[in-house]
Design a protein. Structure first.
Length: 92
């Protein structure tokens, strides 16, 4: 194997090394982008003021409720191992 590499001109070895480096770089960037989730289409979401409504995160298992006053990009938390549900109720 070493005889084959030594038989190649140095410019071919450099070209192959650059091509391999570029391929590894592209694969690495692709993996990092897939892990990051990427940008959301439409840009950032403005927070919605829900003062006139009673908005709660409700646990379906035990019934625990958390009141929310502003909704934006909400990551629904887990309680009792299950995702909580968003419940909107009109204020009395």
């Amino acid at each position: 194997m070493e005889g084959i590499l030594e038989a190649l001109p140095s410019w071919v070895r450099i070209l192959v090394a650059v091509a391999l480096g570029f391929g590894i770089w592209r694969v690495g960037i692709g993996i990092l982008r897939s892990l990051g989730g990427g940008a959301r289409p439409g840009g950032p979401v403005e927070a919605e003021d829900v003062e006139d409504l009673d908005v709660f995160l409700v646990c379906g298992e035990c019934g625990t409720e958390f009141r929310i006053t502003r909704l934006g990009e909400l990551q629904v938390p887990r309680h009792c191992g299950e995702p909580m549900q968003i419940v909107r109720r009109p204020r009395a």
